[in-house]
Design a protein around this ligand. Structure first.
Ligand SMILES: [Zn+2]
Ligand SMILES: [Zn+2]
Length: 648
């Protein structure tokens, strides 16, 4: 078996993951909750210390960039029904709106599937919606209840909350499949929908499984790093070890994926078997499926803020932040305008949708910090329900406002460090104080501080009037302001929505998606006798002719994921039971190109074949029929002459 040069094969990637997972399992001494919904992992350095070779063996692929897609190519992508599966907060949904709009402009039908609280938000932008299970507010409140920890600290929380969370996860998984295949239940009489392509964020969990069931291309898009690297740690994991940082960082991703899989792997397998008609994923390799199969990714942050690490492959793009511009539609209330006009630009303070355990105390802290720093403040109420009966004269309270309107009128921003708010502050060239509550907020706080655009982050637990005032004074230093302004200039030149869509197009398996008779059609059936992949219309026209009516055609899909049928152990087993010397079975369609060489022929009784068969027949006028037949004759001529050529 040969392992090709260039991007590592599926097997090579899998072996890397197995080795690092084994190392983690051999060296882990303690896993414990860390403030802000993160985990702390302690390693035994007597074993971990000398294993750096495990990461140094990883290939460098920074130079292996995929080709840039041109505007002309984009128009040749067949019109697709695209589903976007997004589990998370409003900040997680927001960047998908400009991307959905951009795809719609290119002629695709796009549906955003997320928690039902976001229906109005999505539909207000003229985008189709589908409700996923789960309530982001409940998940946030759960974290507050467990003291900001993913792992409950008390037995009663364990007994009540973990089964509840797992039940919600099972509902979310089931709803990701409905989102790909059912009409919107909130709109009676809504049009049928079957996804041709899946865009998803990692917490949606159903992503690769629904894509496999449909034989559809999958593209992961996310606002924080979720792909293993030796350059920085997983945003949710803190590894305690003396081992080399490259090893610690790489292990942090492996550990997070493994712990997640241990928590929900059985639910995922139930989902695969019972809903999708797929085989189970065996062992713990479910933890790293996405990485092993080199699923294309678009990470939606600015490379000027965090560059793409050199050990991420060509399937991963870092595109730039995505902004949803709302300033033009915003009518500022009179009192706000008066406040802004009455003095120096204020410092904005707001913690988005993070609930505060004690809003009264937090409000007093914020007012105190602003007063001690001697600055005017704009304080957002948010889900923290901040506010007080008596608001000092140098402070003005606001509700949720478009950041692109508000931030250019401020001197600095102080927020929780959500990816979207961080991006909005940096785009406006503002010094940024991050007060992290959960998860990736700590990560973004560190990134901003390392970029020189703000002070060291002040976690919510350490926020006092004094620490806030000190952070504000730091943020307003001239050199910090200069760094922030310079960063803002770079961020403003990048277009995450354009680049995110380009990334999606670039990684589409167009060769297996296109109808042989017209690249603008989506292939749905393969005819062995014609040697063609045809869209439903061309298939009908070509095979209406009595001479070809008996041809055997089979439903097809663009991608053969074969997630569960690719265990390297199976190969060893086959070898051991005497098939040595027989033809080496094909590498199970690895990589961004070869996986897509042939696409998938679907079993007639498969879920996907039944769904595609259900699509409404399209009427064909005489001119279209004539054009299709002309192309068919041309294509047949080409096939016959090449067959003659090879026979000589
Ligand atoms: Zn045929
Ligand atoms: Zn066609």
């Amino acid at each position: 078996m040969s392992i090709p040069d260039g991007p590592p094969s599926l097997l090579k990637r899998r072996v890397d993951h197995i080795r690092l997972r084994d190392l983690f399992c051999d060296t882990v001494r303690k896993v414990s909750p860390l403030e802000g919904d993160r985990i702390r992992i302690e390693l035994d350095d007597r074993i971990a210390g000398d294993k750096l070779n495990l990461v140094d063996r990883s290939p460098l692929h920074a130079t292996l960039e995929g080709p840039a897609i041109t505007a002309g190519e984009a128009t040749a992508v067949p019109p697709l029904s695209v589903v976007m599966l997004i589990v998370g907060s409003r900040g997680d949904v927001q960047p998908f709106i400009p991307i959905a709009k951009r795809l719609t402009r290119d002629g695709h039908r796009v549906r955003i599937a997320s928690h039902s609280v976001f229906r109005d938000f999505v539909e207000a932008h003229g985008i189709e919606f589908f409700p996923l299970a789960g309530d982001p507010r409940e998940l946030m409140e759960y974290m507050v209840m467990t003291g900001g920890h993913l792992i409950p600290r008390h037995v009663h929380q364990l007994l009540e909350q973990v089964p509840r969370k797992r039940a919600v996860m099972a509902e979310i998984l089931a709803s990701t499949w409905a989102a790909c295949t059912e009409p919107d239940p909130g709109r009676p009489g809504a049009q049928t929908f079957v996804a041709d392509a899946v865009i998803a964020n990692p917490p949606s969990q159903g992503h690769i499984h629904v894509a496999e069931a449909l034989g559809a291309p999958l593209h992961i898009m996310f606002t924080m790093p979720w792909s293993p690297t030796r350059a920085f740690p997983h945003p949710f994991v803190h590894v305690i070890s003396e081992a080399h940082p490259a090893l610690r960082n790489r292990i942090s991703f492996e550990a997070f994926d493994l712990l997640t899989w241990l928590g929900i792997g059985d639910l995922v397998n139930e989902f695969r078997e019972q809903r999708l008609g797929l085989e189970r994923v065996h062992g713990e390799h479910g933890a790293s499926i996405i990485h092993e199969h080199a699923v294309p990714h678009a990470y939606l942050w600015s490379p000027s803020v965090l560059d793409k690490p050199d050990d991420w492959g060509p399937e991963i793009d870092v595109t730039g932040f995505v902004f949803l511009d709302e300033a033009a539609r915003f009518d500022p209330p009179g009192p706000l305008q008066e406040f802004l006009g009455a003095g120096e630009p204020p410092v904005y303070v707001g913690f988005g949708s993070c609930p505060a355990p004690d809003p009264v105390a937090l409000t007093a802290t914020i007012f105190g910090g602003l007063a001690q720093a001697g600055v005017r403040g704009l304080v957002s109420r948010g889900w923290a329900h901040l506010g007080a009966a008596s608001v000092p004269p140098q402070v003005h309270l606001v509700d949720e406002l478009p950041h692109d309107w508000l931030f250019p009128r401020c001197a600095a921003v102080c927020h929780h460090g959500g990816a979207g708010t961080t991006a909005a502050g940096l785009r406006s060239g503002l010094p940024t104080i991050v007060v992290p509550f959960f998860g990736d907020q700590y990560f973004w706080g560190r990134i901003v501080s390392e970029a020189g655009a703000g002070p060291t982050p002040v976690p919510i637990g350490a926020l006092t009037a004094e620490t806030l005032a000190e952070a504000i004074r730091f943020a307003l230093r001239p050199e910090v302001r200069d760094h922030a302004v310079a960063l803002g200039q770079k961020v403003r030149t990048q277009r995450g929505d354009e680049d995110g869509v380009a990334s999606f197009y670039r990684h589409l398996p167009l060769s297996t998606m296109r109808c042989s008779l017209d690249p603008a059609h989506l292939a749905r059936r393969q005819c062995e006798e014609c040697c063609l992949s045809l869209c439903l219309v061309c298939d009908r026209v070509v095979h209406e002719d009595a001479a070809r009516a008996g041809h055997r055609r089979r439903p097809c899909a663009p991608v053969a994921w074969e997630v569960s049928k690719s265990s390297p152990l199976e190969r060893v087993e086959r070898a051991l039971i005497g098939q040595l010397g027989a033809r080496e079975p094909d590498e199970p369609k690895p990589g961004v190109t070869s996986r897509h060489d042939t696409g998938a022929v679907l079993r007639e009784d498969s879920v996907a074949a039944k769904l595609y068969g259900r699509l409404a027949p399209i009427s064909v006028d005489a001119a279209t029929r004539a054009r299709i037949l002309q192309r068919f004759e041309f294509a047949r001529g080409r096939t016959q002459s090449s067959a003659r050529g090879s026979g000589d």
